[in-house]
Ligand binder design. Sequence first.
Ligand code: ADP
Ligand code: MG
Length: 540
Amino acid sequence: MRIRTLGRGSPPQLRWRGVVSSCPALIGPRRRQSAAEAGRKWGPGQSSGAVRPRGAGRGAEGAVLAMAALWEDVLYNELVIREAASLAVDAALLGGMLMRTEEEPNASDVVNYAPFTLLPSAVPSALFEQAYAVQQDFNLLVDAISQNKEFLECTLANTIKVDDFTARLFRIYTQVLEEGLAQSVFLGINRSDYMFDRGADGTLALKQIEINTIAASFGGLTSRTLAVHRQVLKTLGKSEEASHLPPNNPSKGLALGIAKAWELYGSQSAVVMFLVEEVQRNIFDQRCVENELWNRNIRVIRKQFRDVFEQGSLDDARRLYIDGQEVAVVYYREGYVPQNYNLQNWEARLLLERSRAVKCPDIATQLAGTKKVQQELSRPGTLERLLPGHAESVARIRATFAGLYSLDLGEEGDKMAATAIADPDWFVLKPQREGGGNNLYGEELRQVLEKIKDSPERTSYILMDKIKPQPSKNYLLRAHTPLKVSECISELGIFGVYVRQGKEMVMNKSAGHLLRTKAVEHADGGVAAGVAVLDTPYLV
Ligand code: ADP
Ligand code: MG
């Protein structure tokens, strides 16, 4: 069990109690318990899943040091590292771990390798297993939220007053509900991301950073990282270690979900449409999923919002046609940030949502993945109300929550804003955005919060406890970048896929993992944002 004690090493806001839901639909028996406590306290028989990594014999400090010291025998041997790096880059290129270049993001004439770590990074096996074990619960939860109009309305009511992007999504959501949904099959592909939070006593706990319910990427390229790292370890004389890297092939699992939705749509001649961005640097990641579908004789087309606006149409039964082809499934790898939309693109989005095609995700599921929803889930009683009769799922989910706090106007938000301004290093300030590079930390967090603390604008943000992982050393391999040891931290993502038909879950699976690693000096940012690199977990 892992509970931070009050006092030294504890965020100051824990001394303040009394956070309950502001949403009448969610207020159950009033409990004098803070959101922070809800994420940390455990009843009898429940476990927070915190572990001591192997090597804990030397005490708590020794345990994290053992994790940090992985590969130390080769890490500083310049000759060996240079050779391994050169081999690794060639293996990445040979194995198809590719990205288009920044200069030519829409052509494959010249491509490069996707950035990656030279060596796999240590991941505690118990936390790895915990992350897999909770994925089906998260699938259930996201699906339940997407069907709960009252919860979405209540939770996002204040956010949509100040955040235009969420408001527009929400407007489409209400519009399609009013018209009546044309499809009863739902396909969810998500990725739940975690970091390993290091407690003052040396224990490590799995803490969710966020869940991505739209355009969750790197399910394709990550399986190729595994083969590269296997080869690197072998050349370093570590064949035994190489054989222990866990197998991973998310694109196959994602494709199985898409194929199931396509099958339930029920038209052999209909296609799967990948809705893609204008700038397509990460096309190879998507091709991995596409190819899995082609292998199953399912036709795939790639279109942009502009194509949908210009060529898309619905027939009387709201079947979606584009270029004369009927679309069974729309798989969004686009549409998750305001920059993806102009007026025409919003119209195209509405057309897709109104259509009979299975949407991955539908707009309700996209809203279920907002940071505001994530924050509301951490309130006492909310998970229980969303997943009645699923006490074990609720316990597993809650074990992964870090402290999350509302900044809505009112006493609760005032106190949290003041607490974060006084101690910014304990928190992350998050707007309702995706894709990396949007969060605020430290002094910048303090300045922004100071400026907006009395304005409704603050309700467009949430506050989250800052996770403090154990750094380890590695080499980040990136084109045109000198080879040097970096102090790194990792983020583990688990892919989830589910298909629901009416009330029946016909598929609910975890589909593989993604480990991303970045240098500690970057507080934020993913692989696409140019900060993190692909990695493989080495279980310890
Ligand atoms: P986005 O939707 O932009 O990916 P995230 O919530 O995943 O937003 O945050 C982006 C990055 O910021 C994460 O990948 C992680 O590196 C860092 N981050 C987010 N939340 C926290 C946190 N609570 N503690 C420490 N780092 C965080
Ligand atoms: Mg993220």
